[in-house]
Design a protein around this ligand. Structure first.
Ligand code: NAD
Ligand code: AHE
Ligand code: ZN
Ligand code: ZN
Length: 369
């Protein structure tokens, strides 16, 4: 079938709207009709050329809300008409990782997914006979996309797909980083570096965890108002201080924070986020994604003296079994999404979403199909 899609032809170039060919779902796959998709910083990261796994031409996008259009042979848990969120972290329930009880990082299809291919090693997208690659197993910047059954969370049909699409990445990641990865406890002091869709969601998670103090850090002070509305208690612009930001936070907090979250993708701030943690117990979670070749550094003494470095993907959430519950929490008012959608646009204007992100003007742009 034909599908309107935003194609990333090469790194660093705007996406181009094309009418691509989409092959039908094969064994264990489903065809989805996208209703809405958020644009996450990771899409911009891959488009920039910094992602070692970036492949071109490809169809980016991984924060979708969709309806099942058609199911392939062998699919048993989904049917046409189901409302779903595609999962870049699938959940097969069978692999060593799924069974470990220790991680959400299902590896059943990770190898092919990283090569821009479906599990059988081929792509469902093409244009004039030329292969277009998938992205993160989801490719939500297309009206129609094909995904494996294990990479689909079936959700409440009453939920608005143009809002709950944000649970496909950003909001779930931020909340999950706090609740699942760090397991912040009531009364804790928390520092959040970067107040985009992820960092603001981490603030939301910190409020859910009943953190006592939530320090919001960003160089764009326009982000502070929403951080305050969500429940942040302190606001810090590192540009306003001569001292390294970790020293500033340590001085503000009687020796450092209990938990910090790096939600930017900057290795220098990953170091600062670790080093602003309290001696003996402070834990720092890396959420931001850094480019090819970049590495983190700190004095080992920081760890010897009890600070802990962790990382998280998709907030540690298992998509098929746990994401529907996040949707229900939105429906019951316990998770906020509406205010995160600062801009909406048609697919033809998707490049505007990237411009708004780079200009620091949006939290999330949502593309409506
Ligand atoms: P975003 O662009 O919306 O927000 C980033 C924020 O960081 C902005 O508010 C910006 O002003 C701020 N910032 C930039 N440089 C800064 C600096 N030097 N000091 C302080 N603040 C600074 O991005 P996002 O969509 O919220 O994504 C944030 C990061 O999280 C990205 O690296 C993204 O790739 C990553 N991410 C990771 C996961 C995961 O599963 N680990 C999931 C989603 C996104
Ligand atoms: N491909 C990159 C890493 C990108 C990355 O870390 N992706 C996160 C999700 S970001 C969502 O916005 C993730 O899930 N990572 C775990 C995984 O298996 O990809 C690289 O550096 O190669
Ligand atoms: Zn994302
Ligand atoms: Zn698995």
């Amino acid at each position: 079938m034909k599908s309107r899609a935003a194609v990333a032809w090469e790194a660093g170039k705007p996406l181009q709207i094309e009418e691509v060919d989409v092959a039908g779902p094969k064994q264990g796959e489903v065809l989805l009709r996208m209703v809405a998709t958020g644009v996450c910083h990771t899409d911009a990261f891959t488009l920039s050329g910094d992602d070692p796994e970036g492949i071109f031409p490809s169809i980016l996008g991984h924060e979708g809300g969709a309806v099942v259009e058609e199911i392939g042979p062998g699919v048993t848990t989904l049917k046409p008409g189901d409302h779903v969120i595609p999962l870049y972290t699938p959940e097969c329930g069978q692999c060593k990782f799924c069974k470990s009880g220790k991680t959400n990082l299902c590896q059943a299809i990770r190898a092919t997914q990283g090569k821009g291919l479906m599990p059988d090693g081929s792509s469902r997208f093409s244009l004039n006979g030329k292969t277009i690659f998938h992205y993160m197993g989801t490719s939500t910047f297309s009206e129609y996309t094909v995904v494996p059954e294990i990479a689909v969370a079936k959700i409440n049909k009453a939920a608005p797909l143009d809002k709950v699409c944000l649970l496909g990445c950003g909001v779930t990641t931020g909340i999950g980083a706090v609740l699942n990865t760090a397991k912040v406890e009531p009364g804790a002091t928390v520092a959040i570096f970067g107040l985009g869709g992820i960092g603001l969601s981490a603030i939301q998670g910190a409020v859910m965890a009943k953190a006592g103090r939530i320090i919001a850090i960003d160089i764009n002070e326009d982000k502070f108002e929403m951080a305050r509305l969500l429940g942040a208690t302190d606001f810090v612009n590192p540009k306003k201080f001569d001292a390294p930001i970790q020293e500033v936070i340590v001085d503000m907090t009687d020796g450092g924070v209990d938990y910090s979250f790096e939600c930017i993708g900057n290795v220098n701030l990953m170091r600062a986020a670790l080093e602003c943690c309290h001696k003996g117990w402070g834990e720092s979670v890396i959420v931001g994604v850094a480019g090819a070749g970049q590495e983190i550094a700190t004095r080992p003494f920081q760890l010897v003296t009890g600070r802990v470095w962790r990382g998280t993907a998709f907030g540690g959430v298992k998509g098929r079994s746990q994401l529907p519950g996040y949707v229900d929490q939105y429906m019951s008012g316990d998770i906020k999404l509406d205010d995160f959608v600062t801009h909406t646009m048609g697919l033809e204007d998707i490049n505007k979403a990237f411009d708004l992100m780079h200009e620091g003007k949006s939290i999330r742009s949502v593309v409506l199909f």
